[in-house]
Design a protein around this ligand. Sequence first.
Ligand SMILES: [Zn+2]
Ligand SMILES: [Zn+2]
Length: 165
Amino acid sequence: MKIPILHLEDGIHTLEEQVSSESLHFSGESFYPFPVDVTATLNKFGANLRCRVQLSTRQHFRCDRCLSEFDQPFQGTFEVLFHIGKDTWETDEDDVVHLSRETIEVDLSDRIREYLLVSVPMKRLCSEACRGICPGCGCDLNHEECQCGEKPPDPRWEKLLQLKK
Ligand SMILES: [Zn+2]
Ligand SMILES: [Zn+2]
């Protein structure tokens, strides 16, 4: 998604665009195979431009416990501050992006991709209550009752049994 800079007038502007997963160039297996709805709200005042980006899409994961694939909705928002023109306004703030006066437009694709990537949870479960896979027979305990009688080892009980001995 590209934000026009050069001829943007002061005030608030809203841009909406649906960007494809391919255009975001995820490398390897993508957690975001679906189009991403992007709403950018631009607030320009003189040399300052505040850009609020709202994203809406679906994530695609494989469950850590039962290994089934599932989709879940994802929504997120981030902001980018731009400052147009190099003169005077020097600052150490990392989160301000400095643009030259000649900048025609800014592509937000890299920022959108980075935001989506850091939004991938460490733990990916099809549901909090997912019962996972039986370590004995490999059946999906969400859908079938295990027939092998194998109980997942519980480390707490093992410790107690050892103490008893
Ligand atoms: Zn699961
Ligand atoms: Zn089993």
